[in-house]
Design a protein around this ligand. Structure first.
Ligand SMILES: CC(C)(COP(=O)(O)OP(=O)(O)OC[C@H]1O[C@@H](n2cnc3c(N)ncnc32)[C@H](O)[C@@H]1OP(=O)(O)O)[C@@H](O)C(=O)NCCC(=O)NCCS
Length: 183
């Protein structure tokens, strides 16, 4: 079955596409986290660009990113905060997740951000490293997705970055302030 990947701005998502992406997320997360909200998905920051995979069965994969200036050490860094990484269960294990991560990286390069940035569970970090993302260690500060205001600081949660317009090696040293909720 042929798979098509599209890159769509959030503001250009047709209502029908929003409904299909909602079905993808609700099938995975409704029971645990309730309905998907495109403008505040589970309390995380929303994507302003969506990378969407479709095959004969409908939408089977999604990754999004939001451009944001964050603080790293003493400098401001434009990143593509990446989230909503999901492949439908029946399409997993065939390289679609890796393909989506490669396309989101291209889209971030086109958008002119320096790096891609994401946080994830420990068990899924190997997926991102196998897609060419790099794990970094730093103190991270952000607002909680649960209420959008409580400050959360962590030192050991997995943080991964990827090259966009800058190489991963040029990631600056120092503590990170996301200046908002994570993605
Ligand atoms: C994680 C996920 C997106 C991977 O998608 P996928 O299409 O199955 O991944 P791929 O087939 O492209 O796998 C690419 C590589 O990642 C590895 N990988 C895939 N899923 C993995 C996982 N959950 N944990 C660790 N490694 C994983 C594969 O073994 C493969 O490695 P290789 O290149 O060395 O062979 C998919 O399993 C998913 O949607 N999971 C549920 C949602 C989720 O956990 N999202 C991440 C939130 S942070």
């Amino acid at each position: 079955m042929q798979t098509t990947i599209r890159v769509v701005r959030h503001t250009h998502l047709p209502p029908r596409t929003i409904e299909s992406v909602r079905s993808l997320f609700d099938a995975e997360y409704y029971e645990k986290f309730g309905p998907w909200d495109p403008d505040c998905p589970y309390g995380y920051s929303p994507a302003d660009v969506h990378v969407i995979a479709t095959n004969g069965l409908g939408i089977v994969g999604h990754v999004g990113f939001q451009r944001r200036l964050i603080d790293v050490g003493t400098v401001e860094v434009p990143v593509g905060g990446t989230g909503g990484v999901l492949v439908a269960p029946q399409a997993r294990g065939a390289g679609l997740g890796a393909l989506l991560m490669s396309r989101v990286r291209e889209a971030m390069h086109t958008a002119g951000v320096d790096f891609g940035y994401l946080g994830c569970r420990e068990d899924v970090a190997p997926f991102y490293t196998s897609c060419g993302w790099h794990r970094i260690r730093a103190r991270e500060r952000c607002f909680s997705r649960l209420d959008g205001t409580t400050i959360i600081e962590s030192v050991d949660a997995p943080i991964l970055i990827c090259a966009a317009t800058k190489t991963a090696e040029s990631w600056p040293a120092g503590p990170i302030d996301l200046r908002g909720t994570p993605w």
